[in-house]
Design a protein around this ligand. Structure first.
Ligand code: NAD
Length: 361
């Protein structure tokens, strides 16, 4: 029987990388019936909504989705569709592997890191108070009264909720992932020395949960600023990292940079019953419609999806073909060439075709 999977093309370069990944997945011969659903700009145009209920229903029904990136305006404008999707479907774990591949130029070699980012709370909860608003003034006087501190009256405020339950869920997810995938160590990343209550709670919970895995998976913690330096200098000292939402977002881009950039960084948003697979990169609007960007991150996200479906031999087949194309360095996009102006660089779809040729070989 065919799997039914929701396919969300997304904005900017989304439709191009989604098309490339879809073709590659289909070449493995796993039977999939794709149900296309809209989110982002196209959805707004067609349904007047950025994240239509029909799209959420399709994911709820099919339980698995492959998703392209969706644009979020900086500062003003609407709140992130991506964040809303993760919150509405309770996709509490964001899994972002950063792995070195042959043929992909990077500062370090042989990196194999896993970033596990909490996906539903922290400063991403979207609870914010705009400067000058009545409720903001009320909140400021409440805080000033109860803490004896003085928040300047012309301040905006963003809340950083971190709960015991969500921290426990994400840390447990990281340890279970480590256990099932033969990993050796989990590092909890925080700023609990300064942010004593919210990050402090995350660390306290991480320490408690780690005790259940004593003797099986090692545990340590790092302060986030120190972590960024350590990752740049000695990334091979780390294995699985577990982080609250915002640090997880920043550290996963850093880790993508360590292994060759956003073009090769895949990801998944996972809940108890539903999973949405998407690359770490965004919609890169300046490359929209140019058939230029690297489809690798989206294809690797597709490989994660095949593994999630327990289609391991299809996943291996696709991964082997992708690695062959990357190692040869011929039919690859501009960002994978030593010189970005290299005229031998191929387009997004042509790189996908080269991978498909290897699968069929
Ligand atoms: P971005 O990831 O879209 O692009 C940054 C740069 O990275 C690009 O200009 C390009 O040089 C490079 N890049 C990205 N993807 C690439 C690929 N596949 N191949 C080669 N190079 C690639 O980040 P941004 O410019 O900060 O964000 C653009 C939009 O995407 C924003 O609206 C942002 O909110 C959104 N975004 C969405 C998601 C998501 O849907 N999950 C994630 C991140 C950003």
């Amino acid at each position: 029987m065919a799997y039914k999977i929701t396919l969300i093309p997304g904005d900017g370069i989304g439709p191009e990388v989604i098309q490339a990944a879809k073709k590659c997945i289909e070449a493995t011969k796993v039977k999939i019936e794709w149900e296309e659903a809209l989110a982002g700009a196209d959805a707004k145009e067609k349904y007047g909504e950025l994240l239509p209920e029909a799209t959420l229903d399709s994911i709820r029904k099919n339980k698995v989705a492959l998703k392209g990136p969706i644009i979020t305006p900086v500062a003003g404008g609407f709140r992130s569709v991506n964040v809303a999707l993760r919150q509405k479907l309770n996709l509490y774990a964001c899994l972002r592997p950063a792995k070195s591949y042959p043929g992909v130029r990077s500062i370090h070699k042989d990196i194999d890191l896993i970033v596990v980012r909490e996906n539903t709370e922290d400063l991403y909860a979207g609870i914010e108070f705009e400067v000058g608003k009545t409720e903001t003034k009320d909140l400021i006087s409440f805080v000033n009264k109860h803490t004896g501190r003085r928040i300047l009256p012309d301040s905006a405020i963003s809340l950083k909720p971190i709960s015991k339950s969500a921290s426990e869920a994400i840390v447990r997810f990281a340890f279970e992932f480590a256990l099932k995938n033969n990993r050796k160590k989990v590092t909890a990343v925080h700023k609990a020395n300064i942010i004593k209550f919210s990050d402090g709670l995350f660390l306290k919970v991480a320490r408690q949960v780690s005790k259940e895995y004593e003797g099986k998976i090692a545990f340590e913690d790092r302060i986030v600023d120190n972590m960024t330096m350590q990752l740049v200098q000695k990334p091979r000292d780390y294995d699985v990292l577990v982080l609250p939402n915002l640090y997880g977002d920043i550290i996963s881009d850093l880790c993508a940079g360590l292994v060759g950039g956003l073009g090769v960084a895949p990801g998944a948003n996972i809940g108890d019953k539903i999973a949405v697979f998407e690359a770490v990169h965004g919609a890169a609007p300046k490359y929209k419609g140019e058939n230029k960007v690297n489809p690798t991150a989206m294809i690797l996200s597709g490989i994660m999806m095949l593994k999630y479906l327990k289609e391991n031999s299809a996943a291996e087949k696709l991964q082997k073909a992708l690695i062959e194309v990357l190692s040869e360095g011929k039919a690859v996009t501009y960002d994978l060439k030593p010189n970005r102006d290299d005229p031998t660089a191929v387009g997004t779809q042509e790189m996908a075709e080269a991978i498909i040729k290897k699968i069929k070989k």
